[in-house]
Design a protein around this ligand. Structure first.
Ligand code: COA
Ligand code: ZN
Length: 315
């Protein structure tokens, strides 16, 4: 069993995580969250989204957050962009890399972005043209790539056709998003293999949700086909407010822990990340159960029971 010996993580907690939280997180606290994440060793941090404040009120302060975070050299700060207006706002505050978004399925695109897929494609093609002029790299996140909570099964050929068109329009990378945790490992492996075969020059990222408990298994399946870029959210926060039943992203700490156990470098300092995760219930004002915080990393050992020394005295 093998895969790439090094992976890169795009921490999406400040965007995918906070977009769905009920509690309004103060701008100061968002900035502090991103700054703390910046010290963990992530390749990328998705700081916010430049969406309509009516659609995503939780991230209405996107520009202020971007302006106030401390940019750490070596970290790429990205943001989600659904339309040209979003690009304009993102350019004003110097986002390093744009993460455009549309869905593979028609109904989710309409529910989430209030456009048909063709309208979204036209919008994204316009963004790609402008971003090239501005010298900004663009990735496109394709929602519902493994299934849609409205339309059900999504054909791999539809996903690939859309990815091809976006790559031709100038997208440097594509993220295959499992918006509501419908993906399963063999499906992930097949689509990732096909993607890398048919679009070898396009950077592939996988974005998983743990809605049905398969996120880590799906990450393994992707990695085994050669995928080395993953989105993940600290504490397993996250979910799309316009996808019924959406729940958290793959936990960053569990992803880091799993890969580091296997000797795969993630660049992320787990102890630092776990400190952030412990503080998340305070940030989002709700309880969060967390297996790794409870159990500790796998070599967390415990004092043996005191009676063992009496029963088995040293020879
Ligand atoms: N940033 C800020 N404001 C924006 C904006 C953007 N990117 N895009 C549109 N707006 C504003 C418009 O100026 C307009 O404001 P007004 O009512 O004060 O005049 C209002 O939002 C409606 O604009 P319109 O172009 O008609 O947008 P819409 O209502 O059709 O919504 C989207 C389209 C794409 C902007 C919206 O659906 C959206 O932001 N969706 C994002 C969903 C999301 O992030 N989901 C989770 C991640 S997958
Ligand atoms: Zn997501």
């Amino acid at each position: 069993m093998s895969g790439p010996q090094r992976i890169e993580i795009n921490e999406v907690g400040p965007r995918d995580g906070l977009q769905i939280e009920q509690a309004m997180v103060a701008t100061d606290d968002k900035v502090a969250f991103v700054d703390a994440l910046s010290a963990c060793g992530f390749a990328r941090i998705e700081v916010t989204s430049f969406t309509s404040p009516k659609a995503i009120p939780a991230l209405a302060d996107a520009q202020e957050v971007m302006r106030r975070i401390a940019r750490r050299p070596g970290v790429i700060y990205t943001a989600l962009i659904p339309n040209i207006r979003g690009l304009e706002r993102a350019l004003e505050v110097g986002v390093d890399e744009m993460n455009l978004v549309m869905s593979c399925s028609e109904t989710h695109n309409r529910a989430n972005l209030r456009m048909t897929r063709e309208q979204s494609f036209a919008e994204l093609a316009g963004i790609l043209r402008l971003a090239v002029e501005a010298g900004k790299p663009c990735n496109v996140s394709l929602s519902t790539a493994f299934g849609c909570p409205f339309d059900g099964e999504v054909a791999a050929s539809d996903v690939m056709a859309l990815a091809q068109r976006l790559a031709q329009a100038g997208a440097q990378g594509i993220t295959l998003c499992d918006t509501t945790g419908m993906a399963y490992p063999t499906q992930v492996a097949q689509l990732c293999e096909r993607f890398q075969r048919e679009l070898p020059a396009t950077a592939l990222t996988v974005h998983l949700h743990n809605t049905r408990g398969m996120a880590l298994a799906n990450a393994m399946a992707a990695w085994q086909t050669g995928v080395w870029r993953f989105d993940a959210a600290a504490g397993g926060l996250g979910g799309c407010p316009y996808a019924p039943g959406a729940s958290g992203n793959v936990n960053t700490e569990e992803l880091v822990h799993m890969f580091e156990c296997m000797g795969v470098q993630t660049g992320v300092t787990l102890t630092r990340l776990l400190d952030i995760v412990r503080a998340l219930p305070q940030l989002v004002q709700r309880g969060l159960s967390n297996a790794l915080v409870t159990a500790g990393p796998r070599l967390t050992t415990h004092q043996p029971p005191a009676w063992l020394a009496e029963r088995f005295p040293a020879a």
